[in-house]
Write a new protein. Structure first.
Length: 76
């Protein structure tokens, strides 16, 4: 795994507890062309706020912590 992917995973590990406290979690899927693809699991998987959590929490933090991240998108 290259350094950027390691940094993405490490950053997700730092914010994971916010999602886990509500019974959910996030799994790193892929990083391509500045976009981080993640999958929401648990309570987050079917939550109507999952996209908001991705944009307002995960995306903002990844953009601040990981150079080159421009967006975060959900995968099925």
């Amino acid at each position: 795994m290259d350094d950027v992917k390691k940094l993405i995973v490490a950053t997700l590990d730092k914010i994971r507890h916010f999602l886990q406290k509500d019974g959910g979690d996030v799994i790193f899927h892929e990083f391509k062309d500045g976009v981080v693809y993640v999958k929401m699991i648990g309570a987050c998987q079917d939550c109507m706020y999952a996209n908001n959590d991705i944009k307002d929490l995960v995306e903002v933090i990844l953009q601040e912590e990981v150079p080159g991240v421009i967006e975060v998108k959900l995968v099925d």
